[in-house]
Design a protein around this ligand. Structure first.
Ligand code: B12
Ligand code: SF4
Length: 476
């Protein structure tokens, strides 16, 4: 086995590892690791990012050459969150840890949104040494300095460690999570490789969501208190991305419209900067006015993903949403009037859903002919949510691991995944603007070809066109 630290090295070295190879709806650029990279460089570390998609060599070869002092692995997805076609990605992390152990004695440290959901379980399962839950920049820098100084890391907020072989522990995140402590470090080659596959590079303008939808893990991952970047900071990053060839970006905030002041600050800065960049984002129908949408459109907003969940008021209330169907209809009409493409994300089968409320949602969707719809079947049960308290281990007495190993979904009886899938697929036959769960393989292949030819953006109009053509072929 190689020794970790090369003789005479000035700066400690950190190998950053992005394991995400899932390509639906397209390969996703590792923005979280870019933030970690930025924070480590700012703190004086030498870094190198190994990306499962774009690095030409196996991770163990990269580690053997680099001889890192620490390895920081990012786990974005535990699974694909699709109840009718579940896929788990946990094994990738365990396998990667095993191969790395053969070539380096550097501590293996895991973080990322998926890791944050099951930190102690994932630490045990993968054999990694440490983990960081939630926002990673400040805790990781603190953890590395504790490890270098020989201090116990068990006092650091958000850090997970192995107390003994079968006793992994994780500290709560700091009550006032720090927010943005460094700018993300973007590697031009990696950005370029993602852009050339039609991927949409992410950009974050805020962290945290103060709302309490019954199933949503975002506040658990990012915290409840909103932390905002200024319009000037957002535009500075946009300009950097623009210089790297990015023309369209995805604002990855859990919800972009949490604060009117923030919308105005960011959009006005974008308008003044005249960057010729387009973008999309998640919006909540709650409190969203036509003036907000108009301002966002002037700032480059092209496509909106509304986290609507259902078009039935009793279901919206049971899901803990803070708006009604009237709000959804109003913001849809506004987006349409302003000629902004928009889609609704819908979750079928959660608490309060019945066969009748499903039909109500479908009937109301028909009244929005220019919208696109993304349907998820069943509600993934995540720790830190009300759904977890009611239908997860605290209520059923099962282990937390059981909800990690195989993705678990709540489906309100008497509904079933198969029944809902059949109903929605039948509905989709006459509604090509619907995507139900993951798209079929033939369809994925065509979308990949389009993206490889340089088409960027969400491509919803192509999805609709392809499905229209497919339906025509089937009839013919
Ligand atoms: C935006 C988003 C999307 C966008 C991405 C757009 C884009 N072009 O980037 C879209 C809509 C395409 C999408 C798709 C999917 N998504 Co998504 N997405 C998100 C969201 C809201 C934000 C992700 C993000 O970019 N955050 C900003 C970055 C900066 O934060 P971060 O990655 O978490 O990194 C921070 C920390 O995690 C940590 N960190 C990260 N890595 C590391 C490593 C180390 C060593 C350390 C110490 C720390 C650390 O520090 C970072 C900086 O603070 C999250 C929910 C959330 N609020 O986190 C879900 C989320 C990540 N998505 C999720 C899922 C499931 C998916 C899909 C599988 C859904 C689907 N079936 O289509 C796909 C998979 C896409 C893919 N190919 O990987 C799940 C993952 C959980 C799970 N079940 O596995 C999440 C958590 C949502 C949820 N359901 O709770 N997604
Ligand atoms: S679903 Fe959206 S609004 Fe609701 S808690 Fe999650 S991020 Fe916040």
């Amino acid at each position: 086995m190689e020794t970790n630290r090369p003789q005479g090295a000035a700066q400690p070295r950190v190998l950053l590892v992005n394991l995400n190879t899932y390509d639906q709806p397209y390969p996703v650029y590792p923005l979280g690791l870019a933030y970690i990279d930025g924070a480590l460089r700012k703190a004086g570390y030498e870094t190198r990012l190994w990306d499962s998609r774009t690095s030409g060599e196996p991770v163990e070869q990269c580690a053997a050459k680099m001889k890192p002092d620490y390895v920081a692995l990012s786990l974005r997805n535990i699974d694909n969150a699709q109840s009718h076609n579940p896929l788990s990605f946990v094994r990738n992390l365990s396998d990667c840890c095993s191969v790395l152990r053969k070539v380096t004695t550097a501590p293996l440290i895991v973080g990322g949104s998926a890791f944050s959901l099951f930190p102690t379980e994932l630490l045990e399962l993968t054999g990694a040494d440490y983990g960081v839950r939630g926002e990673g920049e400040a805790p990781l820098v603190e953890l590395l300095s504790a490890l270098r100084d020989g201090r116990a890391p068990s006092e650091i907020p958000g850090v997970a460690w192995n107390e003994s072989p079968h006793d992994s522990r994780c500290n709560e995140c700091a009550a006032m999570q720090a927010g943005f402590t460094a700018e993300p470090a973007h590697d031009p080659d990696i950005i370029n490789a993602y852009v050339s596959t039609g991927s949409i590079i992410g950009l974050q303008t805020q962290r945290g969501c103060p709302l309490k939808c019954c199933y949503c893990a975002y506040p658990h991952i990012e915290g409840r208190r909103s932390r905002f970047r200024t319009g000037a900071q957002v535009v500075e990053e946009m300009a950097r991305l623009r210089a790297l060839g990015v023309r369209y970006t995805f604002i990855v905030d859990s919800v972009f419209n949490t604060s009117e002041k923030h919308i105005v600050d960011v959009c006005e800065a974008m308008i003044a900067a005249k960057l010729d960049m387009e973008w999309e984002c998640f919006l909540s129908p709650r409190g969203l006015t036509r003036e907000h949408l108009e301002l966002m459109k002037r700032a480059g907003l092209k496509d909106v993903e509304f986290g609507s969940d259902s078009f039935s008021d009793p279901v919206l209330a049971a899901y803990g949403k803070s708006f009604t169907f009237d709000d959804i209809k109003r913001v849809s009409d506004d987006a349409q009037a302003l000629d902004i493409n928009y889609s609704h994300y819908l979750i079928f089968g959660g608490p309060g859903e019945t066969p009748e409320t499903i039909e109500e949602t479908l009937a109301r969707a028909e009244k929005m002919p220019r919208a696109f719809f993304f349907a998820t079947l069943g509600m993934r049960i995540y720790p830190g949510t009300r759904l977890w308290e009611k239908h997860g281990p605290p209520a059923t007495g099962e282990t937390r691991e059981a909800f990690l190993a195989t993705p678990r979904f709540h489906i309100e009886p008497p509904l079933t995944v198969q029944g809902m899938y059949a109903r929605l697929r039948a509905f989709r036959e006459t509604a090509p603007n619907w995507v139900v769960g993951d798209p079929p393989p033939a369809f994925v292949a065509t979308m990949k070809k389009l993206r490889d030819r340089g088409l960027s953006g969400p491509l919803w109009e192509y999805i609709e066109l392809l499905q229209r053509y497919q339906a025509h072929e089937t009839q013919g």
